[in-house]
Each structure stands twice: as C-alpha cells, then as structure tokens.
Design a protein around this ligand. Structure first.
Ligand code: FAD
Length: 536
C-alpha cells in the first residue's frame, strides 16, 4: 500500500503528464479554451471542466475572497474557483475529474467557522456546501426517529424544522450556526455529550463523496471503515453530502442554572459526580472566571438570584471562580416535579450558596443562547475579530494539577472571552472514529475562547493571547499532561502523527484508500502543506 507522500509524488507526475497532454491537444484543436494561454493553468483546467461536466449548480471565479476567510480571521487563502453545487453529482463528477487529471486541492466549506483556514483551499477549489440543499430534510417519526439532512444544513434550521414534529437532535454544539458536515468532521461536543456522546455519536448513516469522486453510503453496518473514518475525520476521507441524525422527543422548556465555586477541587468533584449519576441534569458545563467585575450583575439580564440580598453582597473582583452551568429539560405539566428534582440535585452540591442563579427559558432560547451574544458583538463590530482559540482535552487524573498551574498562574486575567471547562465520559462514545481523545475514560474539555481586540498591543491583543496559548501548550508538554487538542491546528505532519499516536496508522491507511491523491481538506495541513497564516 502506498503512503500519502508517495501518492503526492505520483500526483506531480500526473499533473505534468496532463499539461503535456493539454498542450498537445491545443496544438491540434485551435478552438480549445486552453489555447488562449501558453500553458494550461489549474484555473483554465477548472474552466474547461465546468464546460464539460454540465453541472446543475455552477462554478464561480468571482468574489473568491468570500471563502478566503473564516471565524478565526487570521488566514486568507484565495482559491481558484468556488463550486456552488446543486446536486451530489455536481460534487462527485467534479472531484472525479480533478482526481483523474490533476493536483488541485479541494475544500468543502460549511459555514466557514474554522479557526485557521481549515475550510480554505489555497489555489484550489472550494465547495460551498450550504448551496447543496436538495433533497429537502426528510423526517422519520418511527420508534427511533431520525432526520436525513444535507450536510450543508445549519443545526439551527434542523432544530426549527424538527421541533415542528415535537422532535430534536440529542447532542449539540454551544452555537448552532454551524453545518452538519463541519461539526461531524470534528466531533460536536457540548453539555449533552456526557449523556449522549458528541454529535458524531448520534448519526445513523452518511452519504460521502470520496477523494476519488465515488458516492458511498455508509453506516455501522455498511462501509463501516469509511463511516468511522469520516466521523471526526477532519474532512480527509470524503465530503459528507448527507447525514441521518438521531432524534428524540423535544422538551418545551428548560430550567437553566448557574452557581459559583472558589475551590477547583470542589467544583470538579461536583461536575464529575453529576456526569456519573443516573439521576442528573440534561446539560452540564462549566467555566472559569478570572478577576471579573460585576459578574453576578451581568447574569441578571437572563437569570434571577435565588436569594437577592445575599447575591448582591457577593463580589467576584480579583478572584478566580469556577461556574457550574447546568440545565434540566421539562414540559409545563411537569414543572412542579422538575423543581423538586432540581432542589434535590442542587442540595447535593457544594457551591457558594449566595451565588445560585436560575432562569426558565424555551428549549430554542436555551440551545440558541450563543446567538444572543453574537448579535450583541456584531452590533459592536466585535464578532469579526481574530479568534486565537485553544481547545484542550485533559485527562481527569491531571485536571487538578492543570488547574492549579494554569488558572491564576499562567492566566492571571480574563482572556477577553469565556473559558469553558467540563468533564465528559468517553465510555459511552462509539469507538473507532477518527476523533482523538486522551486515554482515560473521563476527560475535560477546556476551551479558551478569546477574542483579540483589533490593533491592541495589550493583554487583549492577538500577540499576547497567542503567547498565552503557547505557554499553556508548553506547560502541558513539559508536565506530560497527556493532553490532546480539539479542533487542533497542527502545522506539520510530524505534529499530526504525534496527535494521532497509535491511531495514525489507521488514519493514513484510510487516506490512501479514500483520497489517495490527498486533494481533500488541504487547510488541515495533514497530508499537504498550506501557507502559513498571518499573525495579525
Ligand atoms: P467549516 O469551518 O466550514 O469546516 C470545518 C472543516 O470541516 C474544514 O476542514 C472543512 O473542509 C470540513 N468540512 C466542512 N464541511 C464538510 C463536509 N460536508 N464534509 C467533509 N468535510 C467538511 N465545536 C464543538 O464541538 N462544540 C461547540 O460547542 C462549538 N462551539 C462553537 C462556537 C462558535 C461560536 C464557533 C465559531 C465554533 C464552535 N465550535 C464548536 C467549533 C465548530 O465545530 C467548528 O468551527 C466547525 O468547523 C464549524 O463548522 P462549519 O460548518 O463552519 O465548518
């Protein structure tokens, strides 16, 4: 079996042969489009392709800057063209053509919420997955309900449509303006993952266009190797065009609760006991708050204190605090029993009593909560800034040491964005996917979700935030924390090999089978080099 680097070498020969072939043809057929040039550039190949393939959608060579950006706002790689597909066959025939004739990288773009150019294709082709909207969402309301959706669909749209039938997906991300294909290529982890696993755990079937242009349906029972490979597969083995998502009966309302701790061990003990109990909340997350002024006052826009007087005497200034955030789903007819159940659950926890804040919201308001912040930040022009995010998975056995050394020592101040921290239990997650996690069953997701202030050279400036990330990573390395990065942005294949560890062999094997020319998802920098992103 050939290694990906052997394939890349072979690829260059294919392109060379192709160019010779085209030049030869040009000299025979003067009407051929490529004859206007001295040589066939990749863009002329793409133009030629679009004419031959009779696409239902279209290729565009304009407004390329639309796909040369992402949420991270630090990478801007111009492609040669954008495909706006209208059918799966648009994607498969174009990829088949490209994989037969040349070395043109192809990136599927979901909603472009990557952090460092992962959905971009420098001098390649970007496929705008959101324009693939057929066939429409199809629901099955049997005993095990599910919905078939196009992979370019946003989770928020799936929520709205499924609620019309009283159903909803089981596992979410914190933010819902992300596509199905984009989050399934990572994992999709949020406060429901301790119970249902990440989003990749809640998929029954996928339709995938491989790097060879084949359209393959896969599931646990059918083409399982591809199914497992694609889930958490960083877009390396194929483009997901359709997904069958597991649904459950949706609740109407949510009790949403926040409490504070000043001691990390007490906080994490409570989190761990909640994720391992049978009788527990439906959503469990947490965050770290460093030196925040007026924290509880800010909460009052959404939450109400259980005890107003005690809450108003509590100060968060100058402290490192840990916030447990939990939610219980219910329907109005069960409100009383839900309240009683919540009281019992809360009575077992060891939070600072005056800091108990509660809220009652609709299920949609709860799930779409980050959008409220998005709108506010957009109004202030602070949504489209650089986001040097760092997401780590830390094994349970090392979390106390990590917290002790990072919170208050490496991080002495707010990072201008939330720091999320919560444990998940891997034992319920499906095995064999491409997702890499620490070895222990229980590990913590810690997300440093900073926003860099444009032109700032201070604490909230990009350079300082990147430096802080580096110091955290260096600490993990030196202390052998056994950490894995989530949404990782490693720069070299060596770093990726280290990331995958024993899973690398399987990952590379799958690449050589499903995308032997390594054309897919070049922005992940696993099998192809991509230019470096700018710092500012
Ligand atoms: P893109 O950024 O467009 O693509 C991501 C990668 O997947 C690229 O490599 C791309 O080529 C590939 N890809 C895209 N579509 C397909 C497809 N159909 N088939 C194959 N490959 C494809 N993640 C979590 O797990 N939990 C969270 O709670 C969470 N919250 C977030 C909140 C915000 C505000 C943001 C911006 C991101 C959050 N994320 C979270 C991260 C999110 O999962 C990733 O950023 C993901 O990349 C976003 O999906 P997208 O649709 O924008 O994908």
């Amino acid at each position: 079996m050939k290694s990906p680097s052997q394939f890349l070498f072979k690829q260059k020969h294919v392109v060379l042969k192709l160019l010779i072939f085209i030049l030869f043809n040009c000299s025979i057929n003067k009407s051929n489009i490529c004859c206007n040039h001295n040589f066939a550039s990749p863009s002329s190949l793409i133009i030629q392709t679009s004419k031959q393939l009779k696409l239902e959608g279209h290729l565009s060579f304009e407004k390329l800057n639309l796909v040369a950006k992402d949420f991270g706002n630090r990478c801007h790689f111009l492609p040669l063209a954008i495909l706006y597909p209208k059918s799966v066959s648009d994607i498969s025939s174009l990829i088949k053509y490209i994989s037969e004739i040349g070395n043109i990288p192809v990136a599927a773009r979901g909603h472009g919420h990557s952090l460092e150019g992962q959905a971009q294709a420098y001098q390649g082709l970007v496929i705008n997955m959101e324009s693939l909207q057929t066939p429409e969402m199809a629901f099955k309301t049997t005993e095990l309900p599910y919905v078939d959706v196009s992979a370019g669909e946003l989770w928020i749209n799936i929520l709205h449509e499924s609620l019309k039938l009283g159903l909803a997906p089981k596992s979410w991300t914190d933010y819902l303006r992300l596509t199905v294909g984009g989050t399934l290529s990572y994992a999709g982890i949020s406060g429901q993952a301790f119970k249902h696993g990440p989003q990749i755990n809640n998929v029954y079937q996928l339709e995938v266009v491989t790097g060879k242009g084949e359209v393959i349906t896969c599931s646990e029972e059918q083409n399982a190797d591809l199914f497992h490979g694609v889930l958490g597969g960083l877009g390396q083995f194929g483009i997901i065009t359709r997904a069958r998502i597991a649904l459950e009966t949706a609740p109407k309302k949510v009790k949403w609760i926040r409490v504070l701790y000043s001691d990390f061990a007490t906080f994490s003990n409570d989190q761990e006991s909640l994720i391992s109990s049978q009788d527990t909340f439906d959503y469990i997350e947490g965050s770290v708050i460093i030196n925040k002024t007026g924290l509880l006052n800010n909460w009052r826009s959404t939450f109400n204190p259980k005890d107003t007087l005690l809450a108003s005497n509590f100060s968060s200034e100058g402290k490192v605090l840990f916030c447990l955030e939990v939610a219980k789903y219910f329907n109005p007819e069960n409100k009383d029993s839900t309240d009683q159940n919540i009281d019992i659950l809360l009575s077992k926890l060891n939070y600072i009593r005056p800091t108990l804040f509660l809220s009652e919201v609709s299920y949609v308001e709860f799930l779409d909560r980050v959008h409220v912040s998005e709108v506010k930040l957009q109004e202030k022009g602070l949504w489209d800034v650089a986001h040097p995010w760092l997401n780590l998975l830390i094994p349970k056995s090392r979390i106390l040491y990590f917290a002790q050394e990072v919170f208050g020592k490496i991080l002495t101040d707010s990072i201008n964005g939330p720091i999320l921290i919560y444990p998940v239990n891997k034992s319920k997650w499906i095995k064999g996917t491409s997702l890499v996690t620490p070895e222990e069953d229980v590990f913590y997701l810690i997300s440093f979700l900073s926003s860099a202030m444009p032109s700032s050279t201070g604490k909230d400036g990009l350079e300082n935030l990147l430096d802080q990330n580096k110091r955290i990573l260096n600490f993990c390395r030196k202390a052998r924390i056994g950490m894995k990065q989530y949404l990782a942005n490693h720069k070299t294949q060596e770093e990726w090999k280290d990331h995958f560890g024993p899973q690398w062999e399987t990952f590379a094997r799958r690449k050589s089978i499903y995308d032997p020319l390594a054309i897919l998802a070049p922005g992940q920098r696993i099998f192809r080099r991509a230019p470096a992103c700018e710092q500012q």
